[in-house]
Design a protein around this ligand. Sequence first.
Ligand SMILES: NC(=O)c1ccc[n+]([C@@H]2O[C@H](COP(=O)([O-])OP(=O)(O)OC[C@H]3O[C@@H](n4cnc5c(N)ncnc54)[C@H](OP(=O)(O)O)[C@@H]3O)[C@@H](O)[C@H]2O)c1
Length: 178
Amino acid sequence: MNLIVAVDNNWAIGNKNKLLNSIPEDMKFFRTTTTNKVVIMGRKTLESFPNGLPLKKRVNIVISANPDYHVKDAIVVPSVDAAMAEAKKYNTEDIYVIGGESIYRQMLPYCDVAHVTRMDYCYEADTWFPNLDADEEWMVVAESEERTYFDLEYRFVLYARKSSREKMQGYIESHCME
Ligand SMILES: NC(=O)c1ccc[n+]([C@@H]2O[C@H](COP(=O)([O-])OP(=O)(O)OC[C@H]3O[C@@H](n4cnc5c(N)ncnc54)[C@H](OP(=O)(O)O)[C@@H]3O)[C@@H](O)[C@H]2O)c1
């Protein structure tokens, strides 16, 4: 199972239920990586999307403890365990945890690979991702060149769980970026 996230220098990911920035190339990367795949998200992240609608051409699994919460074209599940049970129906390499903070934190232990867009800036924020550079279980396996969007520098970094590296080698090789 994979995750995909964009973080700033403090590993911040959001503010007031919005992303910190929208870099067109990063949005494209997110779209290309997750299209025709399965995405798992928290209820707040779904509601942060345009019109609160699920992502097209993807299986959307949304976690909410509210039993009355229903969303057209999404599978709503009541817990992380239920999301994992639903995810088991698919190939593990095709599953992407897409946030937000609460879901990343709870599902990180199940993830083998993390696609992290590192933005070289410190934004005002109220949600964060765990610092993978400070986590001994994770390592950087690939990194893009630095890129720029106006005056913002950013790069795509691929992290892998050390214990999953061998198992994920094929996936890692097919997802390396220049
Ligand atoms: N930078 C990025 O790549 C990125 C990606 C995604 C999101 N974000 C940002 O992250 C922020 C949102 O993060 P967040 O942590 O506030 O919200 P979130 O994780 O998206 O959603 C939280 C909601 O998920 C449900 N939930 C979480 N754990 C659950 C559990 N164990 N059982 C049942 N339901 C559970 C609850 O919904 P109910 O209240 O309905 O029960 C909870 O309120 C936003 O600012 C968003 O823009 C950033």
